[in-house]
Design a protein around this ligand. Structure first.
Ligand SMILES: [Zn+2]
Length: 133
């Protein structure tokens, strides 16, 4: 094989490798975007399921109640509803923090700078300072 042929071959390989690398970088970026979208959608799905469950709970309760069961007095009803709201508010704060902590450990930013983006370079100081609040 001529020296010139080898050089041409190596040059072609170099060009092909360059294209291959560009394609790989592009695919990596697309993969990152898909992971981020997937996380967003699964969080949205989770939230919607919670809302759906809450919205349909009275209907399901009514269906499960035996026919002819006596209604509780109105005062008791509203008192219980208020307690439920307080309980839900208390849970929501703790639950929100838990969700963010989980999200961070799954590899996503929770800071207001890059929220929802994949953490590709290890820990983020913005996120950590937010978690330690
Ligand atoms: Zn961050």
């Amino acid at each position: 094989m001529e020296k010139k042929d080898i050089f041409v071959q190596i040059d072609e390989l170099d060009t092909r490798f360059g294209k291959f690398h560009a394609e790989l970088t592009d695919l990596k970026q697309k993969m990152k975007e898909l992971l981020e979208e997937n996380k967003r959608l699964s969080m949205e799905n989770h939230q919607l399921r919670k809302v759906f469950k809450r919205e349909t709970a009275p209907a399901r309760e009514a269906l499960l109640k035996p026919v002819g069961a006596e209604r509780e007095p109105a005062l008791f009803d509203s008192q219980r509803a208020h307690e439920d709201v307080l309980l839900a508010a208390g849970n929501a704060v703790g639950e929100g923090h838990d969700n963010l902590t989980r999200l961070y450990h799954e590899g996503f930013h929770i800071c207001n700078v890059y929220y929802g983006h994949l953490r590709t370079e290890g820990d983020c100081l913005f996120c950590l300072s937010f978690l330690n609040k």
